[in-house]
Design a binder for this molecule. Structure first.
Ligand code: EPU
Length: 419
């Protein structure tokens, strides 16, 4: 298994390009199954999670060819409607295939999906199952697989009692081929949902309201194939911006969409973090002093839980005390223990809240990446720490960040990936 060896405190600077959004890519690949026609996806990030998704397409009988950020998927015929357990266990987004397969063929079977361990127990899928049922699916559970059947899905009203990003996307996709109108209420509003709806509408779907809490979908007979360009990864954008801020670097972040991290940029302004922004770039500039500022994670456009861990690292370098309140997942603050081992002054109040007192120097150590976002936060901490840090279990980081060591090297980092 690979690990990163990082020697910290090297001057960082220059230019870094943001890749396609993981959490948009992981939905467009399954969405391709809504159509028998081929789809071309541009700006697809070359990360472990997209590779697993393309493997699922192939396991179902489709073809997927990937080359330099562009991918062609064709699923004219499906050999099976069962999502294999070995792939489903590796990523939660495997559940995104369920709705399209069900809507297209009237049946699907799948095991409980795996993925990052960031919530208590296995992350639930009750909202998906309830939503599919509302659209007319019958559900049976046998031999470790959920089996869903529906002769023809029928439009319905469904209210999300918990706001769910993938839940919203799953039901939105599924309802495109149902009979009649579906109304989804209390939907998530993330930019990746809007991008997915735009794509589906271009291919014949009738979706209104994506990006607001109420989405209506009028079912159609057919979704066409077509082309989709994956939107820039807002989490990567925010992470690079915070790395620059924490290391007092001048860094130009290109091919991004600063509008998608408006909350972070507004917090930067309050903290005295210097930056300039354009429509698709962000220029981070060294700041005299960064003030601590408390955050609470929230659905979009609130503070993204996926940026909480790098933000916590940034707060170790800010002046004063901040409370980091993680409202969405109850295991996403456990990594702060490793920051404490590096020299941070962090007090855990309960699984959802920590107090960070800064600034404190950090020191390199041996670490293990527990999950994707905590993993990149550790890379960030290692880059600003004194001395050498070794991070193992980096599959967790490579699930979501393309070629990260090479890209960080290009901006001056001393980071090696070793087997
Ligand atoms: N939830 C339920 N029942 C369900 C589904 C979700 O109770 O059936 C709960 C979850 O346990 C959680 C809350 O709803 O407490 C919100 O979870 P949500 O469903 O929104 O999360 P998700 O859709 O599984 C996506 C991203 C996550 C990101 C969250 C929140 C993808 C593939 N994943 O997850 O991304 O943290 O939204 O923004 O889009 C990551 O990229 O590292 C990552 C974990």
């Amino acid at each position: 298994m690979g690990k990163f060896i990082i020697n910290g405190q090297k001057p960082l600077g220059g230019q870094i390009r943001v890749g396609g959004a993981k959490n948009a890519a992981l939905k467009i690949i399954p969405a391709s199954l809504l159509s028998e026609q081929a789809i071309t996806i541009d700006n697809l990030p070359d990360i472990e999670d997209t590779k697993r998704c393309l493997e699922i397409v192939e396991a179902l009988g489709g073809t997927a060819s990937y080359r330099e950020g562009q991918c062609q998927i064709e699923t004219k015929t499906l050999a099976t409607t069962r999502i294999p357990a070995d792939l489903a266990n590796k990523l939660r987004a495997s559940i995104m295939f369920v709705g399209p397969i069900l809507a297209r063929t009237g049946q699907v079977s799948f095991p409980h999906p795996g993925g990052c361990v960031i919530g208590a127990g296995t992350r639930p899928i009750d909202l998906f199952l309830e939503g599919f049922q509302a659209l007319g699916a019958k559900i049976n559970f046998a031999n470790g697989y959920y089996e869903l059947t529906a002769k023809k899905l029928t439009g319905a009203e469904y209210f999300f009692t918990t706001v769910s990003v993938t839940g919203t996307e799953a039901l939105m996709m599924t309802a495109t081929l149902a009979n009649g109108r579906t109304t989804l209420k209390n939907c998530a509003m993330e930019p990746e949902i809007v991008a997915l709806a735009d794509y589906l509408n271009n291919q014949g779907a009738k979706i209104e309201g994506a990006g607001t809490p109420i989405i209506t979908i009028d079912g159609v007979d057919k979704i066409n194939g077509g082309a989709f360009t994956v939107i820039p990864d807002r989490i990567e954008t925010g992470t690079f911006a915070m790395l620059a801020a924490a290391s007092q670097s001048e860094l130009l972040i290109t091919d991004c969409c600063p509008e998608h991290i408006e909350i972070l940029l507004n917090i930067f302004r309050k903290q005295g973090v210097n930056f300039e922004q354009g429509e698709n770039w962000l220029k981070m500039l060294p700041s005299k002093k960064i003030e601590a500022y408390s955050i609470k994670t929230h659905e979009y456009p609130g503070f993204p839980t996926d940026l909480q861990s790098p933000y916590t690292v940034l707060m170790t370098q800010a002046h004063g005390s901040s409370i980091i309140h993680e409202t969405i997942y109850d295991r996403r603050l456990l990594f702060t223990d490793m920051l404490t081992q590096m020299g941070a002054n962090i007090i855990m109040c309960d699984p959802h809240r920590v107090v960070v007192n800064g600034p404190t120097p950090l020191h390199g150590r041996k670490l293990t990446s527990p999950d994707l976002r905590a993993g990149i936060a550790m890379v960030m901490a290692a880059l600003i720490a004194q001395g050498k840090t070794e991070i193992d279990n980096i599959y967790q980081i490579e699930r979501g960040y393309e070629n990260i060591a090479e890209r960080l090297k290009l901006i001056g980092a001393d980071i090696e990936r070793v087997e």
